[in-house]
Design a protein around this ligand. Structure first.
Ligand code: CA
Ligand code: CA
Ligand code: CA
Ligand code: ZN
Length: 380
């Protein structure tokens, strides 16, 4: 699978990720990152033509002028190559940074199928049905003209979410945390999959984002996880975040996330792309690739993405028991997820997806901590 994330020099990019549809762009300066996978097998693997880059301008100097933006297959109509493997996409709600996550060779074209045994491993904590908009919304988006495969896709997407929640929740439990993912549910308490028919058949993330907004699903805080079509696995894409702030003010909280999975990939593609929507992996983490991912490849969020630090890539730091290099949710819990980080550690000082301040997670003890601490700041 391919995922990408890019890292941008702090403050180099202005994105208005908090702008609501129709609202004036907030213009909040936020460094952003986007995500993708093995540059070697992915870059432009989906038939994308590489942008021609200017000779030597740094990423910070690129992609400021309107005339630098042009159509880029796979991403959108107004796209500019930052020159470090990442792209800036100009959208109605601001500039977003991203990078296509190509499928791993072993996954490319696979058609995952519902497997009842896949959900027999119980999560430490079941998914949390959220009634407000700070939640994950699962979507099966049918390309215009394509057949409706919802009989296959709805149960598959639901299963993938249950598997994702189990991986995250069980990882938290290993390190003393009680946590699950917040999701939109149906009346029976199961993760709801919204089935939408796209008005177009353009798979670019920019076009999918627009379609989601047009259909009224772009809501403050809501992270849409969109399965595009029902074909063989074609990887994924999501917008990235470079915001390191640890508190609830982190930009990913109010930003409407858009994570796309192309076809019937393994569930880890969903979790990887949603991981980007929740702000992983920041460019300055101990094992960051510097381009939205990490270097310890047995991790769901790690692969050799060609980022500035990907020379430190290795696959044996957390040995995968079955050879699957998407086996762990934060190998060594030191780059993006630790429910109880040691004081002074990177994750105690920076954005950490397991924090109470991540509004995509439910931690029953957060409110207790707040009350007992008697302070106005949530502790993680
Ligand atoms: Ca969000
Ligand atoms: Ca990996
Ligand atoms: Ca790690
Ligand atoms: Zn990625």
């Amino acid at each position: 699978m391919k995922k990408f994330l890019s890292v941008i020099a702090s403050g180099a990019i202005t994105v208005s990720v908090m702008a609501l549809p129709g609202a004036a762009a907030a213009g909040t300066p936020v460094p952003v990152a986007a995500a993708g996978r093995n540059v070697d097998d992915h870059a432009h693997a989906e038939g994308m033509a590489p942008h021609s880059h200017g000779p030597s301008a740094s990423a910070a100097q690129r992609c400021r002028r309107a005339d630098e933006f042009a159509p880029e297959p796979g991403l959108g109509d107004r796209v500019c190559a930052l020159g470090n493997g990442q792209f800036k996409v100009r959208t109605a709600h601001g500039d977003m940074v991203t990078h296509i996550d190509a499928p791993l060779a072993k996954d490319k074209g696979v058609r995952d199928a519902v497997d009842p045994s896949a959900t027999t491993t119980l999560a430490a904590r079941s998914h949390h049905c959220a009634s407000d908009s700070y939640r994950i919304q699962l979507v099966y988006l049918i390309p215009a003209g394509a057949p409706d495969a919802s009989a296959t896709m709805v149960p598959l997407i639901r299963q993938h979410f249950i598997q994702s929640n189990a991986m995250v929740s069980n990882r938290a439990a290993e390190y003393g945390g009680d946590l699950s993912l917040r999701v939109a549910c149906d009346a029976s308490g199961q993760p709801a999959v919204r089935v939408l028919r796209s008005s177009h058949n353009n798979s670019d993330i920019g076009a999918i984002d627009q379609e989601i907004a047009r259909q009224g699903q772009r809501t403050t805080g809501q992270d849409n996880v969109v399965y595009w079509g029902d074909g063989g696995c074609g990887g994924g894409v999501a917008y990235g975040s470079g915001d390191t702030r640890p508190g609830v003010e982190n930009a990913v909280n109010n930003a409407p996330g858009i994570a796309v999975v192309y076809g019937r990939c393994p569930f880890t593609y969903m979790l990887h792309e949603q991981g980007h929507s929740m702000g992983a992996v920041l460019p300055n983490t101990p094992n960051s690739s510097g381009a939205g991912h990490c270097n310890d490849d047995s991790d769901v969020m790690c692969y050799k993405d060609g980022g500035p630090h990907s020379g430190n890539y290795r696959s044996n730091v957390c040995p995968s028991p079955n050879g699957n290099l998407d086996y762990y949710w934060d190998c060594n819990v030191n780059d993006y997820f630790h429910p109880n980080p040691q004081a002074g550690s990177f994750l105690a000082r920076n954005w950490n997806l397991a924090r109470c301040s991540n509004r995509m997670v439910y931690r029953p003890n957060c409110g207790v901590a707040l009350r007992t601490a008697g302070v106005g700041r949530l502790r993680s």
